[in-house]
Every structure is written in C-alpha cells, then in structure tokens.
Design a protein around this ligand. Structure first.
Ligand SMILES: C=CC1=C(C)c2cc3[nH]c(cc4nc(cc5[nH]c(cc1n2)c(C)c5CCC(=O)O)C(CCC(=O)O)=C4C)c(C)c3C=C
Ligand SMILES: [Fe+2]
Length: 427
C-alpha cells in the first residue's frame, strides 16, 4: 500500500440506491416490492482459497484510483458506456455512487451487495450474478473514467471539461470503428483471474441498467507491460518483451511529473487523477511470423531473446542511438523504440498498461489478434499524441499493425473513504 492509499473499511454507504437495485432487477418497482434485500446483512460468501497472488487485494479508496500504478494484473475486461437518454445529472451521480459502492465491495472479494447472489428474495433476481462466489478478489482493481462526450450540455458539465481531455486527432493509417470507440464513461477492470474481471464488468453493467448502457468492451490477457520493478517483463503477441522501458511505480518523481494530474493543469477536480488513452491495435501476426528474426528485431529495435537494445548491453541498458553497425545506426531510426523514445519526443513518457487480445479469427482463417494498448499520462496532447504522431508517420511496425478502436478518458482521483469516484467533479 502506498502512502496515498487508505485502507478500505465498511464505513461506506449502506447499500445500492433504489435505481441501482432496479438495474439489478432489470424491471421495475413491482419487482422491488417483491423483496430485493436492501441492506440485508447476510454474510458474504467469497471464500479465502487460492495462492497468495489470488489473495491480493488493492484498496478502492485513496488519493489515486487503483489500477494505474498498481502492479499490472494478468487479465483485463475494459468497458465503455454511454449514458442513457433521459438520465439526469442526479441519476448520473447516483450511478457513480452505486458503482463505487459495488466496486469497493468487489475489490475486497465481496459480492456487489450484502444480499448478493443467494441472500435475497426467492422471487426476485439476485443482486449479484454469482460467478465469483467462492473466488478471491485476485488483485481486482476497478478504475472509472469520463469521456469527452460526458462534458456536453446534458449534465451541466461543459465548463468542467478539463483542457487536457482533448479529442484525439486522427493519425495516419487509422482504421477506427466508431462503434468500438469513445464512450461517455469507461471502466477498466483488472484481475489475475479472468472470471473476476468479467464478473465486475457484468455486475457494474447490470447496476447501470436504465442509466447507462454498454457501448463496447474488450477482454485482454497476458499484460503487455510491467508497471513495477518487481515484475518480470512480459511478452506481446509478436513474441517480444514489452514494457522494458515503461514508467514504473517506483519512479515516483517521474510518475508525479508525467502521470498524475494536478490542479495547476486547469481542472481542480482532476487533482490526483490521470488521463487514459486506449487503442485497440490489430496485429497481422501471420505476416509477422513469416519475417526473419533480423527483420523482426530491426522493426522493434531490440533483440528478441533478452530484449536488449540493438546497440548492445542487456535488457535494461540505455539505448545508444549513436552506435553504428556496418556504417548505419545500430538501432534503426524507423524502429519502434527509436521513434517512441523520450529523447526523440521532447522527453515525453507514458505509463503503458496494455493487454494482448485474440477475438477469434476472420473469414480467411487469420487470428483477429493484437494489443489492446492502454496508457496513462497527465498531458495526452504532449505525451500520447506526440509519440503516436511519430509512430504513425514512420514506424517500421506499421506494416504489421492497424489501429481499429480509440478512446480517451479523464480518470478522476480516487474516492474518499465512503465517497464515490467523481465526487470532486460534482461537488
Ligand atoms: C503511442 C504509443 C505507443 C503505441 C501505440 C505502441 C504500440 C505498440 N508497441 C509494441 C511493442 C513494443 N513497444 C515497445 C516500446 C515502447 N512503445 C511505446 C509506445 C507505444 N507503443 C513506448 C513509449 C516505448 C518505449 C520506448 C523507449 O523508451 O525505449 C517495445 C520495446 C520494449 C519496451 O520498452 O517496452 C515493444 C516490443 C507493439 C507490438 C505495439 C502495437 C501493436
Ligand atoms: Fe510500443
């Protein structure tokens, strides 16, 4: 636990709102009358079995939301929502309170409400869907964000839009699917157990029923970045170590400079928050697999085995952009790491937190696979946009990748104990 986090306790709100319970019922007041267990104090059934990793829990309340510098878990379920027509500002606040209440419980390994999957009325749908019963939280974090569209004229938030929550420009080579992009709200659920991450999104979607609906969602596996020095660098679907030069939680001065938003950035309510950019990047893995090892390493700019820069050394050696091989730069100027490196982007750095994905296959028998890229920063224009502009123009990797979905979200600071994510925005 960092100094910025506070331990969760049970002093939070006493239960889901009536609207949240209606969402769980999926119907109306008649069902409520049938007796959903509002506030019923039944024992939570999540058991404490499994490995020590599975036992990991991260606090929901704190200065920053968990799921940003938290050691990247192995699985992801990411969801974007649109607020439903007719939803008022008060309804939206109610939704954020309900999400925070349920999220705080789930991150402790509890069900979404006290009556949960089996403790309510026999004649009403249970509050919790039940597939996480008996499973530990497995390091579940639930991170909530607000898209630019939330700051239109529907909820009186236009004047509160942070100047750094920009609309992303289009980049060369983009092939974005609008239906899989954007969204008023997002939830990033990460856990070391895929069932726990899916359970979180499924139940938060139910709670939102009538107030917000799922716009798009993405499952991910095999984190493609380390976010702490204690983690081994994982590999992406090109088979390369990914995350070597990532910002790490231990780099506290850099994290403070590059990740956390501050009141001085033009939106007081974002102090302690961050900005999330998501890009679903399809990777032509069959084409890649036909390339020689030399070509693959030339594209990345690193060695495939150890992950060392092509200028020499070991995985964590600094890249020497002046080193020459056969009279040419040892790390090609069009290699991915050269173009993405802070030295070539005015010092810009990102905290990357992406995941591999495989969504079945296409009609030609090619895997629909790639990287669901997620990064956090406090200045998307001068961080993600700057780096992606350079990559889109010249990256040798472009021959093998295509961006198909895009999102940007303001991720507010963490909730105060018993409060809710977004409380500083609506204060
Ligand atoms: C705009 C930001 C980035 C996108 C989009 C992106 C896509 C992408 N990356 C890989 C694989 C690797 N990336 C690596 C390093 C790296 N990538 C970015 C940014 C984006 N990548 C940065 C800032 C860096 C670090 C550069 C540096 O400082 O050296 C690496 C090398 C290992 C590492 O340092 O993490 C790999 C491998 C893929 C496959 C991909 C899209 C599908
Ligand atoms: Fe990269």
């Amino acid at each position: 636990m960092t100094d910025d986090e506070v331990t969760d306790d049970t002093s939070a709100r006493s239960g889901l709102s009536r609207r949240g319970l209606l969402g769980l019922a999926g119907l109306g007041a008649g069902v409520l009358g049938a007796g959903i267990g509002v506030g019923a104090d039944r024992a939570v059934q999540a058991s404490a079995t499994g490995s020590s990793g599975a036992q990991a829990t991260y606090p929901f309340y704190g200065k920053h939301q968990s799921g940003i510098v938290t050691a990247a878990q192995d699985r992801l379920h990411f969801a974007a929502f649109d607020v439903s027509e007719g939803t008022t500002r008060d309804d939206l606040v109610g939704l954020l309170k309900d999400w925070s209440y349920a999220a705080a419980r789930m991150t402790r390994g509890e069900e979404v409400s006290k009556s949960g999957a089996t403790g309510g009325s026999l004649y009403a749908p249970p509050d919790d869907t039940g597939e996480a019963l008996g499973l530990p939280a497995a390091g579940l974090t639930i991170t909530i964000g607000f898209g630019p569209s939330l700051f239109d004229d529907r909820f009186g938030l236009a004047s509160k839009r942070p100047p750094r929550l920009i609309d992303l420009p289009s980049f060369a080579g983009d092939n974005l699917d609008d239906a899989m992009s954007g969204g008023d709200l997002c939830i990033q659920a990460c856990s070391d157990d895929p069932q726990i991450a899916v359970h979180a999104i499924r139940n938060l979607s139910r709670i939102a029923f009538g107030r917000a609906g799922l716009r798009w969602s993405q499952l991910g596996f095999g984190r493609t970045s380390s976010t702490t020095r204690g983690q081994a660098t994982p590999r992406n679907l090109f088979g390369f170590k990914d995350g070597t030069a990532n910002l790490k939680a231990e780099d506290s001065a850099l994290v403070a400079k590059d990740v956390w938003a501050s009141a001085s950035h033009g939106a007081d309510w974002m102090d302690g928050g961050s900005y999330l950019v998501s890009r679903k990047i399809r990777m032509q893995i069959e084409t890649w697999d036909h390339q020689s090892l030399k070509e693959q390493q030339t594209v990345v700019g690193r060695d495939k085995g150890a992950g060392a820069p092509l200028s020499g050394g070991t995985e964590f050696s600094a890249i020497d952009f002046h080193a020459k091989r056969d009279g040419a730069p040892a790390v090609p100027t069009t290699s991915h790491v050269s173009l993405a490196h802070p030295d070539h982007n005015g010092g810009a750095q990102l905290l990357r937190r992406g995941y591999n994905f495989v969504d079945g296959n296409d009609s030609l028998g090619r895997l629909n696979a790639g990287l669901f890229f997620i990064c956090y920063q406090n200045d998307p224009e001068n961080q993600f946009v700057r780096i992606q502009t350079a990559l889109a123009a010249n990256d040798a990797m472009n021959e093998y990748v295509q961006h198909v979905s895009s999102g940007i979200f303001a991720v507010p600071p963490g909730a105060s104990r018993g409060g809710y994510v977004g409380e500083t925005l609506f204060a």
